[in-house]
Design a protein around this ligand. Sequence first.
Ligand SMILES: Nc1ncnc2c1ncn2[C@@H]1O[C@H](COP(=O)(O)OP(=O)(O)OP(=O)(O)O)[C@@H](O)[C@H]1O
Length: 700
Amino acid sequence: MNNDRERVILHEWPRDPDGPTLPELPPQGVRTPNNMPWGHTLDDFYWIHPFPGAKSKLIWTRSMLDEFGENFGGQPGVPQVEPRRLRPWPLLKVPNDDASFGLVDETCNRDHSLKPRPFHAVKNTELESTENKIESPPEPALMNDDAPPATKESILEGAVKSQDRLLEDDGKDDESAMAKVFVQVDDNITGGAVLEFSIEGETGDRQNCTGLRSTSPKKTDTMWQQVVKKFSTTIASDRNLMIKAEDDTKKDESEGSKAIVETHDDLTPAERQAMESFMTTNYETVQKLEERIPEEYFPDILLVNDPSGFTISDNPFLSRPSRTLPVRYKRVWPKLKRDGEPATLFNNDLHCPSAFHWTLTQTERYAASECRRIATLDLSGAPLLGKGSHSAVRKAGIRLPVPLTTQTGDQHVSVAVKLSFSLSEDRDFLENEGRIYDAFPDHLQESYCGYNLVASMDHPVPVGACVPRFFGYYVPVQEEEEAKHRRETLKSIKKEVERRREREVKREAKKIGVDEAVESTDAYGKLAEEEEDDYSGEDNDDNFSDYPPLPVEEIYSPILLVEECGTPIEPEQFSEDERSECFSLVLRLHHAGFVQNSLYPRNILRQPGPLTVRPSERSLKTPSFRIIDFGRGEFGPLFVEKCLASVWGRMGPPMVLTREEMDKVKEEAEVGKEEVVRWHNNSIRDELWRAARVLHVKDY
Ligand SMILES: Nc1ncnc2c1ncn2[C@@H]1O[C@H](COP(=O)(O)OP(=O)(O)OP(=O)(O)O)[C@@H](O)[C@H]1O
C-alpha cells in the first residue's frame, strides 16, 4: 500500500522567541457542530510549537491562531468563514419551506458569499449561472445544541452527573421515587364499527392537524383501491378476527349500514385515503432519499405493502400467508414533540402492539388517525441490498405523508429497510439499533464543507456524515391481539373486584356480629371463603405481566428505515486518504459517545459522491462513506441508564424506598458508574485497535 496521502499539513506557524507557552486549553477557534476544530482548506492548518524552541509540535487551525493573537511573522490576514452544512441534491418538495429544501448546494467560495439556487431554475449547462441565484434567507445558524460544551466534561461524564442529580432528587423526596402505576380500564375495547361508516359528516370542513382538508376518498380505479377493498372485507376472515361488534357498531347498525364488521386492524378512512393513491415502486427510476424528513411531516404510521412476506423474516419453516394486505406499523423512534398529543400517544409505549388504545371509540380512532402523518412503504419486488447474520436489508419505495412530494414528480423515494430475522436476539439487535439511531445527534448525519482536526489524527479529514440518515424505527400494530389482551385483563380485574367486594361484605357482617346479617351474606361468605383459600394474592399483579408473547414466528419484524448508502468498502483498494477518512468516522463516533461494537469492512459503506450534485454526476473518485449496523452499538448515557435501571430492577417493583434502601441503590449505582466508565474506555480502545487493523491505518 502506497504512502499517497495528500491531506497533509503544509505550514508551520512561526513562534515569537519571547512568546508564551501555549495554554493547556486551546482557543476555541471556528468549530463544526461536533465541536472539533475546523478549517476551510488544508492551508488553514498549521503546526505550532507549544513554546518557543520546543521540539514537539501541535496542530492548530488558522482561526485558533488568530484568537490566540501571536503573529510574529506578520502573516497576512484571512477572512474568517463558518463551516457550511452541505445540501444533498434536492429531492423533497416541502410546502411553505424555502429555507432548507428545494435548493441546490451553493458550493463554497472563499468567503461563502454564494447563495443556494432553487432546484427548478437549474439546468445542466447553467449550474454556475449567477442569474439563477436567489436571495434566500441566510443559512440557518449551525445548531450547536448537540455540541458538547467547550469544557473537558465528556458526554459520558455529563450523563453520569445527570443520573447523579436524578438520584439526589430521589433521595430528597422519597415519594417522588415512587413510580405511578396505573391501568386504564377500558370497557370499550371491543368497539368495532361498520366499515362503510362515513366520517364526512363529522369532519366536515374541519381542518386536521396536517393542515389538509379532509375529503372523501377519490374513486380512482387503481389496483390499490381494489386491494384496499379486499383488505376491508377479507382481513377478518383471513385471520379469524371477525369479532362481535359492540358499542359503536350497534349504533351504526341501527343507523342502517350493516354490511361489514370492522375489526381494529382494518384501515381507518384516513389510512384508506393514503392507500388509494398508492402505486408500486419503479426501481429503475426511483431516487434515494438523502435529505432529512422535516419533523412536521415525519411518518407516525407506515402502511406496508408486503406481498412477499419480507416482514415476517426468512424463516423457511413458516408457511407464509398471502400478504396482499397492508400491515400497519407505528413509529417508535424518533420521539417527536407531538408525541404528547392524543393522536400519537401510542408512541409512549414501545411494547404495546396498538396504535389506538388511548382512543376508545371509533369516532376517536378515526379522528386520531386523521391527525397522523401516514406513509406507505412498498416492499413488493424490493431488491436485496445485503444480508447479515441477524437481518436482511432491502431497497424499498416509500411515499411520504402528504403534503410532501418530490421534485421529480415520482410519488416514491427509496430508502434502505432493515428487517430482522425471527429470533428474539435478532429483534433485540434491531430494537437497539433503532434506539441508537434515535440518540445520534444531527451532526453525525450531516456533512460540512472543509476539514476537521479529529483528535488524535495528525492530518485534516473531510467532515462527511458518519452514519446514514435515520427515517424511523417502526413496530407492527396488532390491534386485535392487544384488544384481546385488554378484554382478558378487564375480565380478570372485574372478577377480582367482585371477589374483594364479597370478602368485604363477609368481614363487615362478622364485625357487627349480627346473626341475620351473617345469614344473609352466608351465600356470599361461603363463596368468598372458598375463593380466599384459592387466592394466592398475586394474580392481580400477574394479570398485567402474563400476557404471553406471541410465538416469535408470527410476529412481523420491526422496521428500521435509513438512508441507502452504497456498498461495503474494500480498504485494500483504497488510497491512504480514503482509509484515514474512514478511520476518522470511527473516531468521530467515539467522540460523540458512541461505540459501534462490530467494526468490519462490511459495516462501512461507500457510494459515489459528492451528494451535493445530481446522482448522474457523482463519482467514486469523490466517495462518500458511512458506518452502518448499530445492532450491538452502545451510547454512554444510555448505558448509564441501563445500569441504573438494572439496579432498580434488582430492588423489585417500584415502591417508596426507605432511607436504608435508598442508600443501597446509591451504592449499587456507584458500582454501576464505575462499570460504565470501564466499559466505555475498553470498548473505545478495542474498537480503535480493530478499526486501525481492518482499515490498515498505522499512524493515529
Ligand atoms: N443503509 C444501507 N445502505 C445500503 N446497504 C445496506 C445498508 N445497511 C445495510 N446494508 C447492507 O446490508 C448488509 C447487512 O446489514 P447489517 O450489517 O446492518 O445486518 P446485520 O444482520 O445487523 O449484520 P451482522 O451480521 O453484523 O449482525 C450490509 O453488509 C450491507 O451490505
